[in-house]
Ligand binder design. Structure first.
Ligand SMILES: Cc1ncc(COP(=O)(O)O)c(C=O)c1O
Length: 405
């Protein structure tokens, strides 16, 4: 197992180490939750101040023509570089849930003979909930949710779209992007990938995988802040075929022509619906700009080493790791199954180690290499060992459930 000294040496040699100082990380906190809510990039503070005080306060409505109206496209182009897409294939808009809805309904409307969504049982619940909502909006549509290993077999001549989360939110298990996409294409279906736990977590190449559609969160690994706008990728070959069912004025070919009839804009602009959330976009841009200075390959290599360090600690404590040991089959978090995972998580938080609990029995720890070091992991392991061995997590205070876990 890694000692504190080894950990310090690893941190000293870490090429990503300078990024740590670029985030607000509270003293005494080891933040293993950047896969839920990324920490504040220090550059977001002046960026937001400028957006509020100068752009909104002073320039007022003139700011729409001084960069605001371009922001969804500009940020989309930046995120495209992190996910292997072309700049004009990504737009930032709405929430991940809303983008899932738009993309699912579009896929269902592509071919009347294909009106089924196939997905994974145990997928992140918003994906399944939104799929339920989407089929309710398209006559004859249905949802077939099957166990993970059966998703390709569940595809048929009626399948419009396969909806999958690339990296599983609980276990960190990762689907093979290229193989699953190919399998779906062989069955004549599109694939809609949820990259919420992938973008900014590991290198991805959507275009090499011939992906059709993808969505992802802005507030996790991209560090865009609470409720940050999300992104949507539509492969160029689908730009003219697929339409946004939330046909709002910002997706119109000429929003300021004030026409009665909807005419979709070309390219990704049609996937906009209403007025872009400028303050949220400003914060997200600060987070994404940081990523553009870093190397995802270096981050992913470090993530693997952080995982191995934490997995060895878990093994030494007899914890059941439910994340794949094979880095080729997982994302950038590690999860342990424990009957008292909720109490363990709360006890850790009380000692400054912030991770999260996923019902019913998962303790999930995010490994975010831009600001987490090896010494953090070793210290978190020491605290976890103490909590487990002393049984302090059994204190009644740690069983209290909050609204957000
Ligand atoms: C896989 C996945 N999809 C979607 C979401 C959330 O979507 P939204 O930003 O719309 O709340 C999450 C949030 O944790 C997630 O893990």
């Amino acid at each position: 197992m890694m000692t504190r000294e080894d950990a310090r040496a690893r941190d000293a040699a870490d090429p990503l180490r300078p990024f740590r100082a670029r985030f607000a990380l509270p003293e005494g906190v080891i933040y293993l939750d950047g896969n839920s809510l990324g920490p504040l990039p220090l550059s977001a503070v002046p960026a937001l101040a400028d957006c509020v005080e100068r752009q909104w306060g002073d320039r007022l409505i003139r700011s729409w023509n001084e960069g605001w109206i371009e922001a969804p496209r500009r940020l989309g182009g930046k995120i495209a570089r992190l996910i292997g897409a072309q700049a004009h294939e990504v737009i930032v808009a709405d929430s991940t849930s809303a983008n899932l809805f738009k993309a699912l309904v579009a896929a269902l409307n592509r071919d009347p003979a294909r009106r089924t969504i196939v997905s994974e049982l145990g997928n992140f619940h918003t994906d399944l909930h939104i799929a339920e909502g989407a089929i309710g909006c398209v006559p004859g549509a249905s949802l077939r949710a099957v166990p993970r290993e059966a998703v390709l077999d569940a595809l048929g001549s009626d399948t419009a779209v396969l909806l999958l989360t690339h990296v599983h939110y609980k276990t960190a298990e990762r689907f093979d992007l290229g193989a699953i996409t190919q399998g779906a294409h062989d069955a004549g279906a599109l694939v809609l990938w949820d990259f919420s736990h992938s973008a900014g977590a590991l290198p991805i190449d959507l275009n090499s995988a011939n992906a059709d559609l993808a969505v992802g969160c802005g507030y996790k690994y991209l560090n865009g802040g609470p409720g940050a706008p999300a992104w949507l990728f539509v492969a160029e070959r689908w730009h003219d075929t697929l339409g946004n069912p939330l046909s709002g004025w910002m997706g119109h070919a000429a929003p300021f022509a004030f026409e009665d009839r909807y005419r979709p804009a070309s390219g990704m602009d049609r996937w906009l619906t209403g007025t872009p959330p400028i303050l949220g976009l400003a914060a997200l841009e600060a987070g994404v700009d940081l990523w553009l200075e870093a190397s995802l390959d270096t981050a992913w290599a470090k993530s693997q080493a952080l995982f191995d360090t934490m997995a060895a600690i878990g093994d030494s404590l007899g914890l059941a790791c439910v994340s794949p040991r094979d880095a080729g089959r997982r994302g950038s978090h590690i999860s342990f199954r424990h009957p008292d995972a909720h109490a363990l998580c709360q006890a850790l938080i009380a000692r400054g180690v912030i991770g999260d609990f996923r019902a019913p029995d998962i303790l999930r720890l995010g490994l975010t290499p831009l600001y987490i070091g090896f010494e953090d992991i070793v210290r978190a392991g020491e605290i976890l060992a103490d909590i487990l061995q002393s049984g302090s997590y059994r204190a009644p205070i740690f069983s209290k459930r909050h609204a957000v876990t």
